[in-house]
Write a protein that binds this ligand. Structure first.
Ligand code: HEM
Length: 444
């Protein structure tokens, strides 16, 4: 039996180990990890963590042996944001909460959600001025939030309250990732500008969500939106509805998990549309053939097959959740080694989905690699942008719908051209985004 010390260690600097590489050059760092094996040890300051670089082992951790792992470091850091919502809870509490939330995402509701997504997209995309540059990072992040909030609250949210939520979210999320990668927790206690900004943004966010929940309750729900489904949910064993605290936490969970993720994926989709003329051309052709100039509906989605492949390939190269953590509950066998109890394990869909062992020419953008005759079980197994198992994304089908509807709406309405000389470089934070993505929209 191997000991933890037999797990190959990624070379790092004295004292900090690999902490700086991971924080400052994650893209380069992640791409070297598989050299050290499917499971490697990484020093992050005084602590030692592990990196899981093979889909079989990630699958084992997320699915087969899921009860041997809890969510770990990233999630401890995110707790002040998400309380006991679905994204945070563990074990029996999580199972109970997940059963209550799942009906809100059931198949019969998707047609209604597709209409909401189409309406929000149509409004936002029609507001662009022909020939005037737009920053798609900002536009599509805001669109992602608008869709998530409109899916939750079909009566709409007071624009002032929504502005507070939009403003505070990025600050809170950026601090969460910084705190996860920091070699020590001590830095969180120092009253730096970033820590003070985090405290203020966090307080404002929670107050704004409380206001929304209270106002919506007053008005009475009963609609087709997500919040109404959460209000109607009953605990199987007690028959009780969710408390205000639980509703609050689930609202923040959906806004966090569903807003920025789709906004990020959409930004990269739009990057390929604007920077690869042949991709834009094929998308517009498909939109014309399938939609005939009309807004997309749920029934159209299956026929928008090239649009789906563009979304799938974009999320392979730029998965919005690029790294996740788990923590071993007990000593656990993984990849022929024993990982000690309490260890933190990182896994990165960004690294695995660009690994040449699973994808040929892994850095090329090639939507047709997902044609049924070209894709095989190895690629499907290695592709996990929505996670897997008991904590896998509950909003996955909504996320896919949103990508395809928004992309087809862009293709129906606009031709996007890059602003010459504007650089597009990915920056890794909680998400991976360029600082700006400037394009010039020309009407069709
Ligand atoms: C492109 C879009 C999206 C991506 C890439 C994405 C990705 C993910 C991933 C990777 C996880 C698993 C986290 C883990 O294993 O610990 C997750 C969980 C989750 N996602 Fe998504 N997501 C997306 C869209 C959405 C949407 C639209 C919603 C809701 C409207 C949503 C709600 C959730 C929730 C509530 C969880 C927690 C599930 C649980 O722990 O039981 N996501 N998502």
């Amino acid at each position: 039996m191997t000991r933890p010390s037999d797990i190959p260690t990624v070379p790092g600097l004295p004292v900090v180990g690999s902490a700086l590489d991971l924080a400052l050059r994650p893209h380069a760092f992640l791409s070297t990890l598989s050299r050290y094996g499917d499971l490697s040890a990484v020093r992050l300051g005084p602590t030692r963590a592990f990196f899981v670089s093979h889909p079989d082992l990630v699958h084992q951790m997320l699915v087969t042996d899921a009860d041997r792992f809890v969510r770990g470091r990233l999630f401890q850091k995110i707790k002040p944001l998400l309380g006991e919502g679905l994204v945070m809870s563990e074990g029996a509490v999580h199972r109970r909460q997940r059963r209550m939330v799942c009906p809100a995402f059931r198949h019969s509701r998707l047609g209604g959600y597709a209409e909401v997504i189409q309406d929000v997209a149509e409004r936002r995309l029609s507001s662009w001025t022909p020939g005037r540059p737009v920053d798609l990072v900002r536009e599509l992040q805001e669109l992602g939030f608008d869709v998530a909030s409109n899916l939750l609250f079909s009566d709409g949210i007071d624009p002032q309250v929504m502005a507070v939520i939009r403003r505070s979210f990025p600050t809170v999320l950026a601090s969460v990732m910084r705190r996860t990668l920091a070699p020590t927790d001590l830095l969180e206690k120092v009253p730096t500008r970033a820590n003070r900004a985090f405290a203020t943004a966090s307080r404002e966010l929670h107050e704004a969500v409380d206001t929304v929940v209270a106002r919506y309750r007053e008005r009475g729900a009963g609609g087709d939106d997500l919040f109404s489904a959460l209000l109607a949910a009953r605990d199987e064993s007690t028959g009780r509805p969710m408390t205000d605290r639980q509703l609050h936490d689930e609202v923040v969970s959906v806004l966090t998990a569903g807003g920025e993720t789709t906004g990020t994926a959409l930004t990269w989709c739009a990057y390929f549309v604007s920077h690869r003329p042949e991709v834009g051309e094929r998308l517009r052709h498909e939109a014309d053939t399938v939609l005939h100039g009309k807004p997309a509906r749920y029934e159209h989605l299956a026929d928008l097959s090239y649009t789906q492949r563009v979304a799938t390939e974009t999320v392979r190269l730029y998965p919005p959740v690029w790294m996740l953590t788990r923590q071993a509950v007990t000593d656990t066998r993984l990849g022929g080694h024993t990982v000690p109890a309490d260890s933190t394990l990182f896994h990165s869909s960004y690294a695995i989905q660009r690994d040449p062992r699973f994808f040929t020419r892994p850095h090329d953008f090639d939507p047709d690699r997902w044609l049924p005759e070209r894709v095989g079980p190895d690629q499907r197994h290695a592709y996990m942008p929505f996670g897997r198992g008991i904590h896998g994304c509950v909003g996955e089908r909504v996320g896919w719908m949103e990508l395809v509807i928004v992309l087809s709406t862009i293709a129906r309405l606009w031709r996007l051209a890059p602003v010459p000389g504007a650089p597009v470089r990915p920056v890794f934070r909680t998400n991976v985004l360029p600082r700006r993505l400037l394009v010039i929209p020309e009407p069709r």
